[in-house]
Design a protein around this ligand. Structure first.
Ligand code: ADP
Ligand code: G6P
Length: 467
């Protein structure tokens, strides 16, 4: 069997159930690599004065991680800059937050070259190389220029924006042309794949030759939609763990006679937290009879703190959560809990399990794994209700959630009322369909489908697990 070399900016396999590892990409890759004899290559998260390209090799949780340190200026121009101030906001339709700066461009290209130069000597002739996410779009181009001939695939974890949004990016053609150095490019949904194809057709004399085969820039590229999932079997095991049970009991005890509504997200402006808070506020205003019957818990660990837009959204959310409690709290009761820390994965499973409502309302999201984790953690005999943004990639598969427009606090408030009033038979029916999908289209299936397509061997999805 060929070795699989996975490359991503962030490399953080959780070493045990207890370890938190925030971000969908890290969770999915750790789960996918565990069964492969492969290497996970990327940035160590550390900086040094001068780049050396020296590799740090570690075995973490059954995965071999090979990482490099970057310079402070790389962090500034590549990670905080081009990746998180230019591409992230633009790809999430926040052109108003996108910064365009040629220094960021240069830093991005420099770090991609550094990744390629360090990685190339490790590659054996029949290795498969799988590159992840918006930090590393030009990596295949850099590897090819060093003579690497292996099959190289790319998977984008975030949305691909509409053509008219994409062309706001200076030198967008250069970036997209570099994607044609991959053999296979994968997206989370058919909608993102289609948006990519439309760009190539309009901007690069492109054409869809047949489904999954795209011509552009005078070259040919395989493309496809590969919706990512969670590690369903591992999650099912964690839901039954004693820590998950203890946490579920604790949460149940502190919400006696009340229903828990839970949100779990990185503190990111794409997650729709402001609109969600306003939706909850409206719910409390419009339903005085239900006020004492709910507690909303929003867990949101801080993320990308060096970027101003993240500092600003955090300050706005701090103030909004204070306002909601100030307006509605009583001496013995408060409606809202705002928590900015990480939890162990088994503890999170317990928290989800205690919640009558999972509130997942990003304004845009490539997929959203929290929605799937919430479903996987429910008690089949008395499951909670998932409220899900129609603009999360997950909404394509999770049609039995209550789908809402996350921009509308009114819709969020209505959905909360509906979810809390939903009778058990309807909850069980909706949950059953959601759970079936979460199990069937899990991370193992995602990996096998992508790697199968990359290696030229198509792999059938596994049948659903019986839990
Ligand atoms: P994104 O990748 O944009 O952060 P996802 O919903 O796809 O969004 O993935 C988030 C992942 O991070 C999930 O696996 C979730 O369990 C994890 N996570 C989010 N918040 C926390 C937290 N407070 N503690 C531990 N893990 C978290
Ligand atoms: C999203 C991105 C990942 C990223 C993660 C956490 O899931 O798609 O590429 O790793 O967020 O963000 P961070 O900037 O902390 O790596």
């Amino acid at each position: 069997m060929s070795r699989l070399i996975v490359v991503s900016n962030r490399v953080n396999p959780p070493s045990s159930d207890g370890e938190e590892s925030v971000g969908g990409l890290a969770m999915a890759l750790a789960a996918s690599l565990r069964e492969y004899s492969g290497v996970w290559f990327g940035w160590s998260g550390k900086t040094v004065d001068t780049f050396t390209g020296e590799l740090n090799i570690e075995e973490i949780g059954g995965v071999t991680a090979a990482t490099i340190d970057l310079e402070e200026i790389d962090l500034e121009e590549y990670y905080n800059g081009y990746a998180n101030k230019t591409l992230w906001p633009l790809f999430h339709y926040r052109n108003d937050l996108a910064a365009f700066d040629r220094a960021y461009d240069k830093g991005y290209m420099r770090v991609n070259r550094r990744f390629a130069e360090t990685l190339a000597p490790l590659i054996r002739p029949d290795d498969l190389i799988w590159v992840h996410d918006y930090h590393l779009i030009p990596l295949a181009r850099e590897l090819r220029s060093l003579g690497v001939k292996n099959r190289i695939g790319f998977f984008l974890h975030i949305p691909w924006p509409a053509h008219q949004v994409m062309i706001n990016l200076p030198r967008h053609r250069q970036l997209v042309e570099a994607m044609f150095d991959y053999d296979l490019v994968g997206f989370q949904t058919g909608e993102y794949q289609q948006a990519f194809e439309e760009y190539v057709i309009s901007e690069a004399e492109g054409a869809v030759m047949r489904p999954g085969c795209l011509k552009g820039f005078g070259r040919i590229l395989e493309v496809g939609a590969f919706p990512i999932g969670i590690d369903a079997a591992d999650f099912a095991r964690m839901v039954k763990s004693s820590r998950a049970r203890r946490m579920r009991d604790l949460m149940t005890a502190c919400t006696v006679f009340r229903h828990l509504i839970v949100g779990v997200d990185r503190l990111d402006y794409s997650k729709g937290l402001e609109e969600r808070f306003l939706g909850f506020e409206q719910f409390l205003q419009r339903n005085p009879d239900l006020r004492r019957e709910v507690l909303m818990l929003q867990i949101a660990p801080v993320s990308r703190e060096a970027v101003e837009a993240y500092q600003e959204i955090r300050a706005r959310l701090d103030s909004l959560s204070g306002r909601i409690n100030g307006e509605f709290a009583d001496v013995d009761w408060a409606p809202f809990r705002w928590v900015n820390r990480n939890y162990r994965r088994d503890e999170l499973a317990g928290i989800y399990g205690a919640a009558r409502v999972g509130l997942v309302t990003p304004l845009r999201d490539g997929m959203n794994l929290v929605a799937k984790e919430y479903v996987a953690a429910q008690n089949p005999d008395d499951p909670g209700v998932l409220i899900l943004s129609r603009f999360a990639g997950a909404a394509r598969q999770m049609r039995d959630a209550l789908l809402v427009n996350p921009n509308s606090p009114e819709e969020v408030a209505d959905a909360l009322r509906r979810a809390l009033a939903m009778e058990k038979p309807e909850r069980i029916r909706r949950w059953g369909a959601l759970f079936d999908n979460v199990q069937r289209e899990d991370v193992v299936g995602w990996r096998d489908e992508f790697v199968g397509a990359l290696s030229g061997k198509s792999v059938k999805m596994r049948p659903a697990l019986v839990v």
